[in-house]
Design a protein around this ligand. Sequence first.
Ligand code: NAP
Length: 248
Amino acid sequence: MMSELSGTSVLVTGGTSGIGRATALALAGLGATVVVSGRDVERGKRVVQEIEAAGGAGHFVAADLRGEASARALARQASALVGQIDVLVNNAGAFPFGPTADVAEADFDAVYGLNVKAPYFLVAELAPAMAERGRGAIVNVTTMVAEYGADGMSLYGSSKAALVLLTKAWAAEFGPRGVRVNAVSPGPTATEGTAGMPEALDALAAQAPAHRPGTAQEVAEAIVYLATDRSSFVHGAVLPVDGGRIAV
Ligand code: NAP
């Protein structure tokens, strides 16, 4: 049976957990072949098993994303495994918070290496081939705290603000050749990654009209929209999925 994403290959970074896992499952459910990436082999295998149990096609490629070499290696491995990558979801991210004065240079480099350099060089490796084929979609996962100044979010927020601008720059660069580049900007979302900080999540959620944290599935819905032809006229957009926080 033909489904919406039959014949489409997707790479989801950070697909072993949270928003990335929900996205991988949703895209596989639409018929895509999904390459799930992350560092944790066990979690990766489990997500692939979940995809297969639901009748989908999934693969796991381990990668510790720290910058150019790791990003290009992942892109090449994933492309070789499934033939080509048609959709890239730049979701893997680290979200530390705290005072600027407490950040060591190594922390700064690790956050920028994962949140900025890795998506940058994944796009450098994959988008030209998409453009040559005249077709592709890239979805970056940013954050609402890239949109306004928040105490304690200097490192994290600034790294994702770079990704917001890259979303627009890449839309300008690759859009004319058929590659749509967009971003989803989540608010506080209940995931494995935020499970240890329920008070912080609730405090952020209290500032927004929805008055609750979101779920990984709710964010994945927006990623699916931007990754598929449902959003065929949407280029360079940053879609808030934040319970309304940046609107108020
Ligand atoms: P999560 O549950 O902690 O998952 C993070 C994912 O990133 C995991 O799959 C992890 O895989 C992967 N990852 C972490 N470090 C990595 C590295 N060095 N190399 C490769 N992969 C790495 O996080 P989440 O809450 O779903 O967040 C996903 C994205 O949404 C992030 O970019 C985050 O900034 C953004 N976001 C989240 C929220 C929220 O409230 N949850 C809000 C706004 C934006 P392994 O552990 O297997 O490596």
